[in-house]
Design a protein around this ligand. Sequence first.
Ligand SMILES: [Zn+2]
Length: 278
Amino acid sequence: MKELVKNVLRGLHIYHPLQSGYRGIITLLLINYYRITYFKYKGTGFSCNFCGICYERFVPEFPSMNIEQAINSNEVIAGFGENVYCPNCRSKNRERLIRAVLENELAIEGKKILHFSPEINLSKYLKIKAKEVLSIDLEPEFYRPIDKEIIKADATKLQFDSESFDIVIANHILEHIPEDEKAISEMCRVLKRGGLAILQVPYSEKLKSTIEEPFINDPQRQESLFGQKDHVRIYALFDYLERLKRNGFMVKILSPEHLQAYKKYAIQEKESVILCFK
Ligand SMILES: [Zn+2]
């Protein structure tokens, strides 16, 4: 029955793999409801850097009890909370964060970008601003409504020449990939020298080491261990930085204090942005 519902939603192009399960479907329906009633959120204090509308609050998203346990006990910075979705354009806090950094700290005009599992608003923005954007995913059919030209690619075996992109964006992707270091190494290989990768993941500053079961295939257990049905780990921040460095990147952290100016976009309070240079 569950598969049937998913297949119908996929056929209608309203099922998104990163929002798997009934909770995701309910969230999607709710967000569409908020879109109709978004004027209730309008006000001052926050604004959306995608659609430009000002709000006194954004749409919240709270985790289920199972997920909450995994996230809270490990103090994971994971994207839930009071102000998550834009009631109008549906941008998520993690998309608004990347746009704010790209727009204010880097110049993407004239750049060639590789975008993993494209988020709808961020993808549109990149395509307007950058010279060329290539979207990829292991299951591209799910992302066709976002980008008709998206192509299939396995992050651990990218089919692109070395040093062929100026910027690589994989926003909350690596925590899904069993062999994440192979993927990091590939992302570094296809990046030009002097290029930049933005590879945000959910992470914990409390954990001393990453907790992971890379080849687990048990959605219920994944949800209670890692906080999402298709995650295979929770990164300890220190360990994540080590994985990036030993696969070719130099890292620079933009701290929450540095990102203070972007709080008006309702980004996560405690999240840092990890810039990965080659
Ligand atoms: Zn918006």
